[in-house]
Write a protein that binds this ligand. Structure first.
Ligand SMILES: C[S@@+](CC[C@H](N)C(=O)[O-])C[C@H]1O[C@@H](n2cnc3c(N)ncnc32)[C@H](O)[C@@H]1O
Length: 252
């Protein structure tokens, strides 16, 4: 059954905005569509849901996650001040009631405007990397106006085209935590998978000393920071450097 406000229709596009991290926190979990699909490459994954029944369901369905039946505000007030960029917080709260097309309540626990304001204060104060979902109209564009705004193309329940927004407090989600959904469409994703498989096969055929020497050289040149250094070297050497293309963030 589709969870109200669930992100099952856009989880690929959201995962393409998530940088590499050690600690993952999904603060208003609902059906936790993003946590369900995100690669488990992190050391810790916290999932918070205030609805008791839903939290119990998530506990059964998300092994390996620390699912808490908890108030996200309490948890964020306590922990967010000590987090740094090793933590990514994904926030998909109930949208403000006054900004809903039909104005209907959908959850046992909704947020007041004052709570949306408090949430924005907590998220602006943390050094963790944060993604917040919301409508492109109403309260959220104002609360997160200084952040980076990403638009996700969605199909509305009516069948027509729509847009959902995600605001991030960082510009360039690189390197990504999970590359399985990277690319504008299936063809690009398939091409990436093929390239990875081809390189793996080539490395598998190498003498182990040759493989280690090549890996070391690649790590020196392209590991985090090294890649940027190379870009700077190239810019210094060339009057018209090639620009790197940003990864696509559209829902497919
Ligand atoms: C928009 S839904 C999240 C949908 C989710 N992203 C998904 O993929 O299904 C918002 C959720 O926040 C929960 N919630 C409301 N207030 C909360 C609070 N103070 N702390 C934690 N969860 C809360 C609601 O019960 C609801 O399940």
């Amino acid at each position: 059954m589709r969870y109200p406000g669930g992100k099952n229709h856009v989880y690929q596009a959201l995962i393409n905005l998530i940088p590499e991290h050690d600690r993952w926190v999904e603060a208003f979990a609902g059906s936790a569509a993003v946590s369900r699909h995100l690669a488990r490459r992190h050391a810790e994954a916290w999932v918070l849901e205030l609805d008791q029944e839903q939290a119990a369901r998530l506990r059964r369905e998300l092994p390996g996650h620390r699912v808490l039946h908890a108030d996200a505000f309490r948890f964020l007030r306590e922990h967010a001040p000590s987090w740094g960029p090793e933590t990514v917080v994904f926030v998909d709260p109930p949208y403000p009631l006054r900004d809903r097309r039909d104005g209907r309540r959908r959850y046992r626990h909704e947020l007041t405007d004052a709570q949306h304001e408090e949430l924005a204060e907590l998220l602006h104060a943390t050094r963790a990397r944060v993604l917040v979902c919301g409508h492109p109209w109403g309260l959220y564009p104002r609360l997160y106006r200084s952040w980076h705004r990403h638009e996700l193309a969605v199909v509305l329940r009516s069948g027509g085209p729509g847009v959902e927004c995600v605001w991030t407090n960082y510009a360039d989600p690189w390197p990504l935590h999970d590359y399985r959904y990277w690319g504008a469409d299936k063809r690009v994703r398939q091409d990436l998978r093929r390239q990875v498989a081809r390189h793996l096969a080539r490395f598998g055929d190498m003498n182990r000393h040759v493989r280690t020497a090549v890996l070391r050289a690649l790590t020196d040149a392209y590991s985090l920071g090294g890649d940027r250094r190379l870009d700077l070297d190239r810019q210094a050497a060339s009057p018209a450097p090639a620009r790197r293309r940003a990864p696509c963030t559209r829902a497919s």
